[in-house]
Write a protein that binds this ligand. Structure first.
Ligand SMILES: *Cc1c(COP(=O)(O)O)cnc(C)c1O
Length: 372
């Protein structure tokens, strides 16, 4: 009997622990760490990673949406959870599950206040989001006075934290821009601390900020991609270990002759006799069509093999000519020993996108060898 395994995403908690220590080694011992577990913990499993991070001693977790926070709460995680993009429709759940909202608009402030007032809640903690140059979300300096005014009027809300986001902390050539962001943030912190008459929990750094800007450390850092083993440049990648490995078995092998084609639209035509392996994963599993036609490289028996022809919905084909392999042999799409950057040979995307795209139909396997 052949032992066929299915397509799976292995999640290596030892690698997570290793990366956590690497990031931590860049910080002062007292600096708090917020573990970012949005988007299923970057495509892995937010509950598993959230609990592992809780055990490692993070002070906070962060997700994008309220629903993601509820998932953490329902699993028993009781750490403070910051919601980056709380949606108005889910405000009652935000309160019910004691999630901390990032506040970046007057509209949201108003609705949050109304909800809290109806429920008779006072001093609900919020973190204020400041725009320092990313120009995505956050209040700008000309709005600060109005923000303070709306907070003073509302005993329902308690400003406990203040944060901003670095746009290019992984780019050495944007160092001046980042230093300017840091300065703007510090100015905003001073302004709001004077208003609040107390110290606020300050946080600015993402993973690249942690690795490159000690001067931006503040009270807490928000670690995302680095925990999962990737960075924003070669030097950062080099320090870390990929947490996820996407694997699949060879479903079928065949030799094709010169002039024969592979897959839809006949995009690959053999110039000579070639050995082709069909793998049971496709764009519905998160391997985008852009990786077809020699743009994606997989690893089989420690040798590399390019994707040939177009990626299909549930399958893709690779050229394994010269590789001694059989049906059922495991193929590493990317992960430990063949990183997402090596898979994405022409840098069509970034590791963030590659790992968060792996669809939920791919089963997740947790590797947790405490002694490993
Ligand atoms: C996703 C996110 C992070 C984490 O960034 P990484 O580059 O993955 O470390 C931090 N802060 C905010 C606001 C985010 O949206």
């Amino acid at each position: 009997m052949e032992k066929l395994q299915e397509t799976r995403l292995e999640i290596d908690l030892n690698a997570l622990r290793f990366n956590f220590q690497v990031l931590k080694s860049h910080l002062k011992p007292e600096t708090k760490i917020m573990g970012v577990v949005k988007a299923f913990a970057y495509g892995t499993d937010s509950v598993v990673i959230g609990k592992a991070l809780q055990d490692l001693g993070v002070s906070y977790l962060a997700v994008a949406y309220i629903e993601e926070g509820i998932r953490l709460r329902k699993s028993g995680i009781d750490l403070p959870v910051l919601i980056f993009y709380p949606q108005l429709e889910e405000l009652p759940q935000l309160l019910e599950y004691k999630l901390t909202p990032s506040v970046y608009s007057f509209n949201f402030l108003r609705s949050l206040h109304q909800n809290l007032k109806t429920q008779g809640v006072k001093d609900f903690p919020i973190h204020l989001k400041i725009n320092t140059g990313m120009n995505r979300l956050g209040f700008d300096p000309p709005q600060f006075e109005e923000v303070k005014q709306s907070l003073s009027d509302r005993e329902t809300l308690k400003l406990t934290g203040i944060f901003s986001h670095l746009a290019a902390a992984g780019m050495a050539e944007e160092r001046d821009f980042t230093l300017d962001q840091i300065q703007r943030f510090k100015t905003a912190v001073t302004s709001f601390e004077e208003y609040a008459h107390e110290h606020l929990l300050t946080h600015l750094c993402n993973s690249s900020g942690i690795l490159n800007f000690a001067e931006a450390e503040m009270d807490m850092v928000r670690a995302g991609i680095g925990l999962y083993g990737y960075g924003n440049n070669a030097e950062e990648h080099f320090k870390l270990k990929p947490v996820v490995s996407l694997k699949t078995p060879i479903a079928q092998l065949r030799w094709i002759k010169k002039g024969e084609s592979v897959g839809y639209d006949r995009k690959y035509v053999a110039q000579e006799s070639r050995h082709i392996a069909t793998l049971p994963l496709g764009y519905a599993d998160g391997i985008s069509r852009q990786y077809g036609n020699n743009n994606g490289i997989v690893k089989i028996k420690d040798q590399t093999a390019p994707i040939v022809g177009n990626v299909c919905m549930d399958t893709l084909m690779v050229d394994v000519t010269g590789i001694d392999c059989e049906v059922g042999d495991d193929v590493l799409i990317f992960g430990r020993g063949h990183s997402a950057l090596e898979f994405d040979k022409n840098s069509l995307s970034i590791p963030y996108e590659l790992i968060t795209r792996i669809s939920q139909r791919v089963s997740r396997i947790i590797l947790d060898d405490q002694n490993g």
